[in-house]
Design a protein. Sequence first.
Length: 88
Amino acid sequence: VVTNPLSRLEVIMQTSKISGKSISVVEAVKEMITDSAQFGLRGIFRGQGIGIFKAIISLSLFHEGRHFMQDAFKQYNINHGYFDPSLA
């Protein structure tokens, strides 16, 4: 809840640089307040749905990759006699 508005500020500041003008934090906060006035609380969290979706995919891939590596190392150790599964 706290990091979403900060993330929104970051996006506002990054996208303003694309158009060639750099804005200050105060101007970005003012733009966020304008969004809040226009869209309500939804204005503060605008664009966060895609961020949450990205985080879910990223964390899922990381988790699955960790399991894959754990199984691969375990199998390597069993194949080379470094680990006896009957003792575990």
